[in-house]
Design a protein around this ligand. Structure first.
Ligand SMILES: [Fe+2]
Length: 257
């Protein structure tokens, strides 16, 4: 598996604080089946701006090789969406220096602003991956589907994907979710002690879709390849219109909230 969302790179943000903690997290990750991790440290303008990132990344990579750990790390960031993006664009790390960028939303941002930002990224050839979509209850399910149809990749955190609330369950069951990732931060606090969540997720999603969201799509993102998209807006509307009353009721409930 490949994890595209983690804060295991030490000394950059509120994730791992020392190199020993990074190494312990990596050992945990290997033990549950990860072979690649993107060090998506927060890029939060005015608070975390990649100070020491490249230096610490090189040191960690060297340590991984000295300890013969069977895992690859990649560069990245989790960019907290800000209107000042353009001023920081060259300093924000896209995933493994490819087209994909992991973006999180600040709660105060209303949907039309988010949508406009994603449209502008896409028009520049940058593909947004929206981090932990479960965190934005102010964004309606139909709006998340609209982002999906625009080409935004929707990411859910592993623990939530294994125990989803209704709206996330709906998006998983209908395969709108492109990636499940850990958002690991620190030992004992959102770490890689996730074997139970992985097993539960595999059981509920079935092996094929589980592999897509934990292995195939994350690997494609790291390799800067296109992700196959199986749904279109038209298909979705047809399905909703053609579905029975249960789905219609569920749909209108989800769209309201
Ligand atoms: Fe995160």
């Amino acid at each position: 598996m490949v994890d595209i969302h983690s804060h295991i790179l030490y000394g950059i943000d509120d994730g791992a604080q020392g190199i020993e903690e990074s190494i312990e997290l990596l050992k945990q990750a290997i033990s549950v089946g990860y072979t690649g991790i993107v060090c998506s440290s927060h890029y939060y303008i005015g608070r975390f701006e990649n100070e020491n990132y490249d230096k610490n990344f090189d040191i960690l990579k060297q340590k991984i090789s000295e300890e013969n750990l069977a895992i690859e790390i990649y560069k990245g960031n989790e960019f907290a969406l800000s209107p000042n993006y353009m001023e920081h664009r060259d300093r924000i790390k896209r995933i493994n220096n490819g087209r994909y960028i992991l973006v999180e939303l600040k709660n105060e941002l209303i949907y039309p602003i988010c949508k406009e930002f994603f449209q502008s990224l896409l028009s520049q050839g940058v593909i947004p991956v929206l981090a932990h979509i479960e965190r934005y209850p102010h964004i309606k399910v139909r709006e998340l589907i609209e982002l999906y149809n625009m080409g935004v990749i929707l990411q859910v955190n592993l623990r939530m994907a294994a125990n989803p609330v209704d709206r996330i369950k709906y998006l998983l069951e209908n395969r709108y979710v492109g990636v499940v990732a850990t958002d690991a931060h620190r030992l004992g606090k959102r770490d890689y002690n996730v074997i139970e969540s992985l097993e539960k997720l595999k059981k509920t999603l079935g092996e094929e879709y589980f592999n897509i969201v934990t292995k195939i799509n994350p690997r494609k993102i790291v390799n800067d390849e296109n992700i196959e998209r199986v749904k279109g807006e038209e298909d979705e509307l047809k399905k909703i219109n053609g579905a029975g009353s249960f789905f219609n009721r569920l749909w209108s409930k989800l769209c309201r909230g």
